[in-house]
Write a protein of this length. Structure first.
Ligand SMILES: Nc1ncnc2c1ncn2[C@@H]1O[C@H](COP(=O)(O)OP(=O)(O)OP(=O)(O)O)[C@@H](O)[C@H]1O
Ligand SMILES: [Mg+2]
Lengths: 423, 238
């Protein structure tokens, strides 16, 4: 009976609200925007921090990465020489490893612009020539076989390690270990494969272009067979590029020293490079940046959300007070026919909660769409955790209760005789 | 007539006063008023405007409390009842019929009739059946889904009467129930009251019109919150 009567009260509330459709709809707007801001806030904040974490996972939180970046096209010089000479140099690498304080291992990396083939299957992964220590510093893990060894380096061995994606593509059937693949014109024996590094949906494609298709060969092998001068096919035309090192990964001793090392690297590079043909990637900075973005978003959207909810709540209260006055006579009738104070309280409270929860539900719907739009147009990753809509919904219901209590109390405490005489 | 129950006291007022204070002025809407309403009686309450008729009805209906004196409903002293208990008395023992019908606009005919049961702590299981039967009885059995605005005044008052009967009340209170109706419709409503009286219901009907009062069994005339006269109508029909 109790449940049936609550249900009837809800139905009555809905039908009372439907008597004034426009008014009810307008009243819910505040709560609608409030709840959708709550969801958007959580989604964007969560997205920013997940992106940062993914970044860290890929690059290592204690690393500072120097990368060669092709400077902006200078048509005049380009046309004459047809060779682009830029990027990090071996001297950069030596300066870092010899003079930087607080630095652990420093890893030079070359990238080789060659196609990788196996029989009729071909692909264009990043082919990286790196010393054995690269694996440790970047946290890659061997799935099968082994990683590049010092012996490979010394012997300038034609061996390679494939990332999971490459292994799967080139060896759909057989086991890759011990087989050979062709990198450019040379044959390499596969000695190991790596564990997949799951790429999150939210991983930004822009951040340093970390493709998962990677092939690793010993650094010395790379130096020997592929000189500094490489031909790069680019939109149909050939381009000569001269780059000594494509990447230098610096492992920092302590997390605290990361900013110092990053600053020193920036200082050093700007002194020795006449043009901006490098970038310094600091995952920790990205994390801090993401945290800051998250905080700012939380602050902005949190204020919008609380103001909307407050204004929405006051709006609802205002409308309910008007409704109570408007329906004074109905209250008198109900009291005369036996309604207790709590019946009247329930009736108006239910009506307020229906209003705010209605706004809340629409707000949840809008709040689920907004992050998609943000992701699409602002290129910011968003993550909607299941708790966000639930939280937003509960907040909207809470707003209804908080701002509904006073009008309901007013209604319930009217004198029945006065109320019946009203109009 | 329902002689089986005659003599049982439904409502009893003992030295009841209702005093309104407006600044230093004091209005005694009811003044040391004592009276007894017994089961099966049909009273018309008359008196000039401001004589205290509505005040009396409000106290009988547990909508208002005496300033002084004691009011008992079926033996229960109301001064000891709190707001919830008074509401209980209204939903179980009383039926109201108002001058302006006072139906709830959002509800249809059937729902309006059911309102008093809705507020009972344990309403009868056959409430809806009873409501339908009452709607039939007042001639609105085919309009159950209509909203009050779709009904004429007379029809609305019929719904109100059905609503006043749905909880099988000990006392039916009507304040100028025919005041808003044309004479033909008023007669139809009065015929309904006659029927209820014949069934043994206890009715107190406030009215200004001697014609209406003449339909009742007894007349109570008020003046300045006191009893001016009490008399019995001689009925032509038995
Ligand atoms: N809320 C109130 N405050 C002050 N005085 C009141 C109040 N209600 C009623 N009165 C006074 O009490 C007296 C009796 O009022 P009541 O409404 O009972 O008269 P009535 O007999 O029903 O009159 P009518 O025939 O006009 O309906 C009147 O003098 C009225 O002014
Ligand atoms: Mg009156």
């Amino acid at each position: 009976m109790k449940r049936a009567s609550l249900w009837r009260t809800v139905r009555l509330g809905v039908s009372s609200l439907l008597l004034h459709k426009l008014r009810s709809a307008l009243t819910t707007l505040g709560v609608l925007f409030g709840t959708s801001s709550v969801i958007a806030m959580l989604a964007i904040g969560e997205g920013a921090s997940e992106k940062a974490q993914a970044e860290i996972r890929l690059l290592g939180s204690q690393n500072v990465i120097l990368r060669s970046v092709k400077p902006r096209e200078d048509f005049a010089s380009n046309q004459q020489t047809r060779v682009n000479s830029y990027g990090l140099t071996d001297s950069d690498y030596e300066r870092v490893s010899a003079t930087f304080p607080g630095v652990g291992r420093v890893v030079p990396v070359r990238e080789i612009y060659e196609e990788v083939r196996r029989g009729s299957r071909a692909m264009n992964p990043r082919v990286l020539a790196c010393p054995p220590v690269y694996r440790d510093v970047t946290g890659r893990q061997v799935l099968e076989g082994r990683w590049i060894t010092d012996q490979d380096e010394r012997g300038i061995a034609n061996v390679c390690v494939l990332s999971d994606e490459v292994a799967r593509y080139l060896f759909p059937v057989e086991a890759p270990l011990g087989q050979t693949v062709k990198v450019g014109a040379d044959y390499y024996t596969v000695v190991g494969t790596l564990m997949p590094r799951t790429r999150q949906r939210s991983d930004a494609p822009g951040a340093g272009e970390q493709t998962q298709a990677e092939v690793f060969i010993p650094l010395e092998t790379g130096r020997k067979w592929y000189g500094n001068l490489q031909v790069k096919m680019r939109s149909g035309s050939r381009e000569m590029e001269e780059v000594e090192l494509h990447e230098v990964v610096i492992e920092v001793d302590q997390p605290d020293s990361v900013p110092t090392v990053a600053a020193a690297a920036r200082e050093m590079l700007s002194r020795y490079h006449t043009q901006k043909d490098y970038e310094v990637v600091v995952p920790l900075e990205q994390l801090l940046l993401a945290e800051k973005t998250k905080r700012i978003f939380n602050l902005v959207l949190g204020s919008i959300a609380s103001i909307s909810l407050l204004v929405g709540g006051i709006g609802i209260m205002n409308v309910m007070l008007a409704t109570v006055t408007e329906r004074t006579r109905e209250i008198g009738i109900r009291r005369a026919l036996g309604a207790k104070r709590r019946h009247i309280v329930t009736q108006f409270l239910v009506e307020t909660v229906v209003l705010s929860v209605g706004g809340g539900l629409l707000g949840v719907a809008l709040g689920l769409i907004v992050p998609l739009i943000v992701e699409h147009f602002a290129d910011m990753p968003t993550v909607i955790t299941p708790s966000a809509p639930i939280l937003a919904f509960l907040i909207s219901a809470g707003v209804g209760v908080v701002f509904g209590i006073y009008p309901a109390w007013r209604a319930a405490n009217m004198d029945p005789v006065e109320a019946l005489r009203h109009e | 007539m329902a002689d089986t129950h005659s003599g049982e006291i439904v409502a009893e007022l003992e030295h009841v006063s209702r005093v309104y204070r407006m600044g230093s002025a004091e209005v005694r809407a009811l003044d040391d008023f004592s009276f007894v309403f017994k089961r099966g009686e049909y009273w018309a309450v008359m008196g000039s405007s401001g004589s205290g008729k509505s005040t009396l009805l409000n106290i009988l209906g547990c909508l208002d409390r005496p300033s002084e004196g004691q009011y008992r409903v079926r033996g229960t002293p109301t001064s000891q009842l709190d707001d919830d208990a008074l509401s209980d008395v209204r939903s179980r023992e009383l039926g109201f019929v108002f001058q302006s019908y006072n139906l709830i606009p959002q509800l249809d005919v059937l729902e309006n009739i059911l309102v008093p049961l809705f507020y009972q702590d344990d309403p009868p299981a056959d409430g809806e059946q009873r409501a339908r039967r009452l709607a039939d009885r007042v001639g609105l059995g085919k309009r159950l889904e209509h909203r009050p605005t779709e009904l004429s005044g007379g029809q609305q008052q019929r719904v109100a009467i059905a609503r006043a009967l749905v909880n099988d009340p000990a006392l039916i209170l009507a304040d100028e129930a025919t005041g808003n109706l044309d004479s033909q419709t008023a007669l139809e409503i009065l015929a309904l009251f006659d029927e209820l009286h014949a069934e043994g219901k206890t009715i107190v009907l406030v009215t200004h019109e001697p014609d209406v009062a003449a339909r009742a069994e007894r007349v109570l005339r008020l003046k300045d919150g006191k009893i001016e006269s009490v008399y019995e109508n001689r009925k032509v029909q038995a």
